[in-house]
Write a protein that binds this ligand. Structure first.
Ligand SMILES: O=c1ccn([C@@H]2O[C@H](COP(=O)(O)OP(=O)(O)O[C@H]3O[C@H](CO)[C@@H](O)[C@H](O)[C@H]3O)[C@@H](O)[C@H]2O)c(=O)[nH]1
Length: 419
């Protein structure tokens, strides 16, 4: 990426700068507008995709919400536009994820359309050839249609979970959904090896909104000009075949995105604690359990303590990401018993946020205790780190089943948490 940075202070241009000018000229007429959903697991793949497309000669404009807003200084080659999402701070922190996703789709519609209108009418900018938006920003299909602009969808989850989401109408018709507790262990014969308990559901007070969001995500993706996925054919071949039958549009499984570059720049909303790498450097090869549950999952205090004692009792060194907000009702580590860390004699390193790609690539890491968000799953597979799977909601349940039973690169913790 550095090769594209203009060096503004020098007067006489060197060879590199002339090359940049040539590349900039070649970019003319090839501007893409990208619109990520403002959650870490969605921002990372969208920014990686932007970086890939930029390296192929496209100019990149990113529209982002005020909520979880991005830091443009990490991406000097992109143009950023922030839109007011109208979310109150209390809404962003207190709403459940389903309500938040729905509200974002409602509240962003007008500001997004206004922003697109301005971008399209700005004669000083290169013309926009396409909008690429997150599949969960389903409202953008109607906006793109009204502006006569092609929209390509970025689906940030895997192919296998998308197949399941697309099958929701069938699963409802056949009585698998809504899930009945008495059926949890039953095989979903249409989607082996999934059982009813593996279906991508979420605990929410708005179940009808969840079905509506899934339906809109699937239908507006089908209405788009194409879907890009951060996955690859060799991993999910039969699911790709199924999707190609169901979705009448081009499908591009061009992941894993983070493997296009030697280092990936950071779209991290939280600061990555680099002390974890120095700590890993001191540990034996493949000895460390890396435990992290992504950016959204939340645990009860009781679950948190079972995990803490499970890690301690394992007698293995462990690197644990306890994100502020991970434990419901706690700021950070207050619920750990006093003296817990001291008794471990340096065998534990607990941080708020890790440089996860570097951690998984570190030779000291031997296992990843994960919630199986798609990014974490893919990143672990790419580094050959076996997983201990503890899915919390939605696609994570499907991913965990594939990790343990289809790809056989992990074990799923079942029947609750016990130290
Ligand atoms: O300490 C950490 C922990 C995570 N990450 C990164 O943050 C991302 C987390 O993404 P993911 O593993 O997918 O988890 P979530 O944040 O939970 O992702 C949301 O988005 C995913 C993609 O759509 C879905 O699969 C998940 O279910 C959903 O919760 C990954 O790129 C990690 O490398 C860090 O950099 N440092």
């Amino acid at each position: 990426m550095k090769a594209f940075l203009p060096k503004k202070k020098k007067k006489k241009k060197n060879h590199m700068e002339n090359q940049i000018d040539i590349q900039m000229d070649q970019r003319k007429g090839r501007r893409l507008v990208l619109f990520p959903l403002p959650f870490q697991g969605h921002i990372n793949p969208m920014l990686l995709l932007a970086t890939i497309l930029h390296s192929k000669g496209f100019s990149i404009t990113i529209i982002h919400t005020n909520f979880n807003s991005l830091n443009p200084s990490h991406y000097p080659n992109f143009t950023f536009h922030s839109i007011p999402d109208g979310l109150l701070e209390s809404e962003a922190s207190s709403l459940d994820l389903v309500a938040l996703a729905k509200l974002l789709n409602i509240k962003c519609t007008d500001p997004f359309r206004d922003c697109m209108d301005k971008l399209l009418s700005d004669a000083s900018e290169e013309p926009i050839s396409c909008l690429i938006s997150d599949s969960l920003f389903y409202f953008t299909q109607a906006v793109a249609d009204s502006l006569k602009l092609p929209r390509v969808v970025l689906r940030t989850g895997g192919l296998s979970s998308l197949v399941v989401f697309a099958a929701f109408p069938l699963l409802r018709e056949r009585g698998y959904l809504p899930i009945q507790d008495s059926q949890l262990e039953e095989l979903v014969v249409e989607l082996p090896p999934l059982k009813v308990k593996d279906l991508p559901m979420i605990n929410t007070v708005y179940p009808d909104s969840y079905y509506e969001i899934v339906a809109c995500m699937v239908n507006e993706s089908k209405a788009s000009s194409g879907i890009i996925l951060n996955s690859f054919e060799e991993l999910e071949l039969s699911e790709l075949d199924t999707l190609r039958q169901e979705f009448p549009i081009p499908i591009f499984p061009i992941g894993p995105f983070h493997k296009y570059f030697l280092t990936s720049s950071s779209g991290s909303l939280l600061a990555q604690d680099q002390s974890s790498i120095a700590w890993l450097d001191k540990q034996a090869s493949k000895s460390v359990i890396y435990a992290s549950f992504g950016s959204l999952a939340a645990l009860s205090e009781a679950q948190f303590l079972e995990i803490a004692w499970g890690l301690a009792n394992s007698k293995q060194p462990f690197l644990w990401v306890v994100r502020p907000g991970l434990v419901r009702g706690s700021e950070w580590l207050e619920s750990l018993p006093s003296g817990f860390l001291e008794t471990l004699n340096g065998r534990a390193h607990i941080i708020k946020w890790a440089p996860q790609l570097e951690v998984l690539a570190h030779p000291a890491v031997g296992a990843f205790w994960t919630h199986n968000g798609w990014n974490s799953t893919l990143e672990s597979i790419c580094e050959g780190v076996p997983m201990i799977c503890m899915p919390c909601f939605t696609d994570q349940k499907v991913n965990a089943k594939y990790v343990s039973q289809v790809w056989k690169v992990g074990l799923q913790l079942e029947n609750g948490l016990d130290r």
